[in-house]
Design a protein around this ligand. Sequence first.
Ligand SMILES: Nc1ncnc2c1ncn2[C@@H]1O[C@H](COP(=O)(O)OP(=O)(O)OP(=O)(O)O)[C@@H](O)[C@H]1O
Ligand SMILES: [Mg+2]
Length: 152
Amino acid sequence: MAEIRVQNLHKAFGDFVAVRDSTLTVRDGDFFCLLGPSGCGKTTTLRMIAGLELPTSGQIFLGGEDVSFKRASHRDIAFVFQLFALYPHLNVRRNIAFPLVSQGVPRVEVQGRVLQAAKTLRIEHLLDRPVSRARDRAPAQGVHDGRATRRA
Ligand SMILES: Nc1ncnc2c1ncn2[C@@H]1O[C@H](COP(=O)(O)OP(=O)(O)OP(=O)(O)O)[C@@H](O)[C@H]1O
Ligand SMILES: [Mg+2]
């Protein structure tokens, strides 16, 4: 894990300001919740931290590094969507393995880490199923969490 620091973050869509001068620090290891009324800019803030949206102004630091204008793929950050976004053509095992394989982790290590994640999440029995048949809410959330946590 790493510290997330957001400084004077601002996001406008045309004339509409979605995030206004937001500053916060999530320390390494913290469990942090963003709470607020619908439309106050929570998702937009998270999307900017992940790199799915670029700030209009302000800065985002991950582990002390300024990533404000880096692509999501260059930020080394995982995120779990509220609505599932699994790779439909890959089975459960491959969905969880995907970020590790992309990072070039050796195959044997990938196998071990995927199995460990599946045990923790109690979805071992689903590993070789297509994700299309693992779409009950709880197991699908497990596959998601597995994929997000295995990259760490
Ligand atoms: N791509 C966009 N274009 C224009 N306006 C947008 C865009 N994305 C978000 N907004 C607007 O920015 C504001 C903040 O949206 P955001 O989705 O961040 O809110 P939220 O706090 O996550 O709300 P909720 O609790 O409903 O999920 C909203 O008024 C929304 O309509
Ligand atoms: Mg939201």
